[in-house]
Design a protein around this ligand. Structure first.
Ligand SMILES: [Zn+2]
Length: 284
């Protein structure tokens, strides 16, 4: 099992000590989960901090064996006011993670696709955070973060009867900064045009997509992820959606190779490692 760079108490004290008026801090929590800290406020993207999928698929032909140890117990994360769920799959909407997080943070707000509200109510039961639903091109604001929904295709665009998307990505803005979190997506016609106007500083992109030897795609592959970052003008891109489950992973090598040939700055994080936006200053 891969050990996170920082785990449990060491991770929590790094988050607590991260302090800047100018810059934000970011930690990869494994899979598509990221914690953002900006001027003392915290936003969580799509956290999966449990073993619920390993248990759900134990003794089936689809075992979800964890490759990386959990970075931190969600119930120990204090001061989190906003959390996102980009779609209903359990690695992006995990009841066990959200219940523990909500217990510690009773004022927690969950930003989720409007099309998924009923499903999320069913999955989370009575112990729901406050829901802040959003659909494509709409923007909601919570605790100093403004969050705009971006259409995602996982594999395809899927709309409900009212035309609302079940799959989203998010652009989160705070102070002078803009972060794009892809959710799970492949390229589609609207993706690049809808992201360019946001002047994204940091793009968080999946890399476990199509390979000839793999039947399903689901997400961008490394080449596509690096290309997307370049085409939207992201100052830097960080890959996600790998090293969590043995049956569905990828190495970042292809992503790094393509980024280098495109001249796209990227950073491959270890789970639990601290990244600070001050590192952008060293990029031309
Ligand atoms: Zn996923």
């Amino acid at each position: 099992m891969i050990k996170p760079a920082l785990q449990d108490d060491a991770f929590l004290s790094a988050v607590r000590d991260a302090d800047s008026q100018e810059d934000f801090f970011l930690w990869w929590l494994g899979q598509s989960g990221f914690l953002v800290k900006w001027r003392g406020r915290q936003l969580l993207f799509d956290p999966y901090l449990s073993d619920s999928l390993t248990r759900k698929y134990a003794d089936t032909d689809k075992p979800h064996e964890r490759m990386t140890e959990r970075v931190v117990h969600p119930g120990t994360l204090e001061g989190v006011e906003v959390v996102t769920s980009s779609h209903n799959h359990t690695d992006h909407l995990d009841a066990e993670t959200l219940h523990a997080l909500h217990e510690t943070n009773p004022g927690l707000t969950l930003v989720l696709p409007s099309a998924n509200v009923e499903f999320a109510e069913d999955r989370l039961g009575e112990n729901c955070p406050f829901f802040l639903p959003v659909d494509v091109d709409e923007t909601v604001a919570s605790n100093g973060f403004s969050i705009t929904a971006i259409l995602a295709a996982h594999d395809d665009v899927k709309l409900d009867q009212q035309g609302r998307s079940h799959f989203l990505g998010f652009v989160a803005k705070f102070g002078p900064w803009a972060i794009y979190h892809s959710g799970d997506t492949r390229l589609h016609d609207h993706l690049i045009p809808s992201l360019i106007p946001h002047s994204v500083d940091l793009a968080l992109v999946p890399i476990n997509g199509y390979k000839p030897e793999r039947r399903v795609a689901g997400n961008l592959n490394g080449t596509e992820a690096a290309t997307l970052a370049k085409q939207i003008g992201a100052r830097i891109a960080i890959p996600h959606h790998f090293d969590m489950f043995a049956f569905n992973t990828e190495t970042p090598a292809e992503f790094e190779r393509e980024a280098e040939s495109l001249g796209q700055p990227v950073k491959v994080l270890q789970a639990g490692e601290t990244w600070c936006s001050s590192e952008l200053a060293s990029i031309a």
